[in-house]
Design a protein around this ligand. Structure first.
Ligand code: CUA
Length: 248
């Protein structure tokens, strides 16, 4: 399991260097689940509808020739009776068998991905673990070097970022919709979340737990920067003893 995880992560590093999706990013996992279910659902839907129409046409009533109109000729199945030797049993077996295979495969595959999702990436840079404090009505981000920023989270592009989310007062919930992050912020408890931004830009973060009169304005900006620009900013934060402290 660990070996597999490492392989996946190694693969993801190559991908993210090319601007792709890093492995284990929650957003990538859920997008994968969504599209696989969408594709299989669409395929099964098409097969069922086409087969239903095929049978409707094949067994349509032509000029009153339908034998079922004459009730004396109708042979009705009895309760519990399986289709006879005309191949119906094979059809029944096939349809149940195929459905079972599809459903079981989806269950196993999805749970496998959820295990990935629940497992924190093992190779997160110490510098990229940020403490997130919810407080009525703002977000405080604290970096490993002690730097504090309110309502603005800066992160480097293409790197897995770990968030340790908590609250200093009531229940909040920290979410960055476009980056697939959503995490409880509960006093006295730390909730881990992780994500990677693959494109530079500014993303909106909101509070998703009704926490008081200012809940609707409890927003923050998440700025995904080029790694070099991020490094320069981080090294110059006042808490790092950078330029800002020197000039003070
Ligand atoms: Cu904090 Cu709503």
């Amino acid at each position: 399991m660990l070996g597999l995880g490492n392989t996946v992560h190694g693969f993801s590093v190559g991908l993210s260097a090319a601007g792709g999706i890093p492995g284990q990013s929650p957003k990538a996992i859920f997008e994968q689940v969504f599209w696989v279910f969408m594709a299989i659902g669409t395929l099964v839907g098409i097969v069922v509808i086409v087969y239903a129409f095929y049978n409707a046409v094949k067994y349509r009533d032509e000029d009153g020739a339908d034998p079922y109109r004459d009730s004396s000729k109708v042979v009705r199945p009895t309760a519990g009776e399986l289709p006879g030797s005309s191949g119906g049993g094979r059809k029944l077996f096939l349809s149940f068998g195929i459905s079972a295979i599809i459903v079981l495969s989806l269950i196993v595959w999805t749970y496998g991905l959820l295990v990935d999702y629940e497992t924190a990436p093992s190779e997160i840079d110490e510098d990229l673990t940020v403490d997130v404090y919810g407080q009525r009505f703002s977000w405080k981000f604290q970096y490993p070097n002690g730097e504090n920023v309110t309502n603005e989270l800066r992160v480097p592009r293409g790197k897995m970022i770990q968030l340790e989310v908590t609250s200093t007062d009531v229940f909040h919930n920290f979410g960055i919709p476009k980056l697939g992050v959503k995490s409880d912020a509960i006093p006295g408890q730390v909730t881990n979340a992780w994500f990677a931004g693959n494109e530079t830009g500014t993303y909106a973060a909101h509070c998703y737990e009704l926490c008081g009169a200012g809940h609707a304005t409890m927003d923050a900006e998440v700025i995904v920067m080029e790694p070099d620009a991020y490094r320069e900013w981080y090294d110059n934060t006042s808490a790092a003893g950078g330029a800002q402290t020197v000039s003070d």
